[in-house]
Design a binder for this molecule. Sequence first.
Ligand SMILES: Cc1cc2nc3c(=O)[nH]c(=O)nc-3n(C[C@H](O)[C@H](O)[C@H](O)COP(=O)(O)OP(=O)(O)OC[C@H]3O[C@@H](n4cnc5c(N)ncnc54)[C@H](O)[C@@H]3O)c2cc1C
Length: 466
Amino acid sequence: MSRYDVLIAGGGNAALCAAIAATKGGASVCIIEAAPKDWRGGNTRHTRNCRIAHNESNGILTGPYPVDEFWDDLQRVTKGHTDEELALLTLEKSAELWDFLSDNGVHFQPSLGGTLSLGRTNAFFLGGGRSMLNALYITAEDMGVTIHYDTCISALEIENDFFTAAEATHNWQTDTPQKDRIEARSFVAAAGGFEANIEWLKEAWGPAAENFLIRGTPYNTGGVLRLLLDAGVQRVGEPDQCHAVAVDGRAPKFDGGIVTRLDCVPFGIVLNAQGQRFYDEGEDFWPKRYAIWGRLVAAQPEQIGHVLIDAKSFDLFMPSVFPPEKADTLEDLAAKIGLDPATTRASVNAFNAACIPGDFDHTIHDECHTVGLDPPKSHWARPLDTPPYYAYTLRPGITFTYMGVRVNRDARMVMTDGKASPNLFAAGEIMAGNILGQGYLAGIGMTIGSVFGRIAGEQAAKAVQN
Ligand SMILES: Cc1cc2nc3c(=O)[nH]c(=O)nc-3n(C[C@H](O)[C@H](O)[C@H](O)COP(=O)(O)OP(=O)(O)OC[C@H]3O[C@@H](n4cnc5c(N)ncnc54)[C@H](O)[C@@H]3O)c2cc1C
């Protein structure tokens, strides 16, 4: 048995920000991370940037990004499905993150070129999320935070909305797990969403979830979320709301990260398992549309899509991590990817015949579109007629789920009776649904985790003094 002022479940950005803030507030802090040390840091390891409000350029962030504009962007993507008070708090406090993260060892770099142009709005971590995390871990260790790896929070003692202790299972993935009771005066849940729990995803998505690929850590299985909901914490968000993109179908089941992304969709056509097109591939620029393709593919038979392009387009997008299938005829290509050659040929012929000749320019909404085709292709429509032909397989890639625990502006969990708990706090993915009822804005996952991590840590330390 051990005892701390503040016990934190999770080892990603939200947990580290909370740990640092709580320690600064004078508390003794213990972090429980389910992953082994080499795999610490959950989905945060995969991140590249954080969206930050600021009133002027600082040399790396290229121009102003006021809170009002951030708010407009958030409202647009969530279509109003956000808690206005908490969202505005997040955006306002995001302005402090550059200094907070820098002071705790994180370095930033100018935005790299590529498909996302976020140099004005988003601060990119030098060395990526892993390096950012390493900096926060070093800071936390230097401050005296106790960290247990390979240890999972397996039970919580909560009575009358008040936390007293947690059961932590050390070496939980081995044949010799050891259970430990850790008492603390405050508890911060920063243990991520439930995206790695396929059974839980199936409750929302049905059997289709078996075919989902999880882009991040296998450790975010929602165990802590389940314990909290069972203990009477109010749920926020819908179970099927999540950030999902279409990724390379050959990506690993977990932890494929950002390299499995495919940017070729606007340059070709996408067929489902029955060889049929199902959505406008040229609706808008890819950075504006890539986040809808996860759900689109999830809705198709077998949750699979196949992007077909020809030699004209091969050099126009970021190279894929896995090489595409390649063939000199469309029929051979179809056979290689398991599609019916005759149906594939018919779909391509119909598309080719509908393409209007025009000046192709993938840097603008060009005039190359289809006529009389359902669904249409609105831009960048050119006949697939130049061998060799290439195919990439798409699968839904789940980034993170939004359903979580309701919190107030102190990051305190709100119970089902509407009262705020005196000493239960939450930060990061596990409460992101308060801000993200639906939709996503690049870089806001880290904003939510950092802002609420800091608040949770500060308030958890204060609660200890009461
Ligand atoms: C491929 C990819 C790229 C992304 N890129 C970006 C980006 O550039 N910018 C951005 O803002 N967001 C990005 N995101 C989203 C971002 O990763 C998350 O919003 C953010 O990292 C969440 O931080 P967190 O601390 O809440 O969760 P995590 O970093 O996932 O940490 C959760 C932690 O909880 C631990 N845990 C789980 N269950 C238990 C348990 N029972 N006991 C103990 N520990 C437990 C896990 O091991 C993990 O360490 C990306 C996500 C992915 C998958």
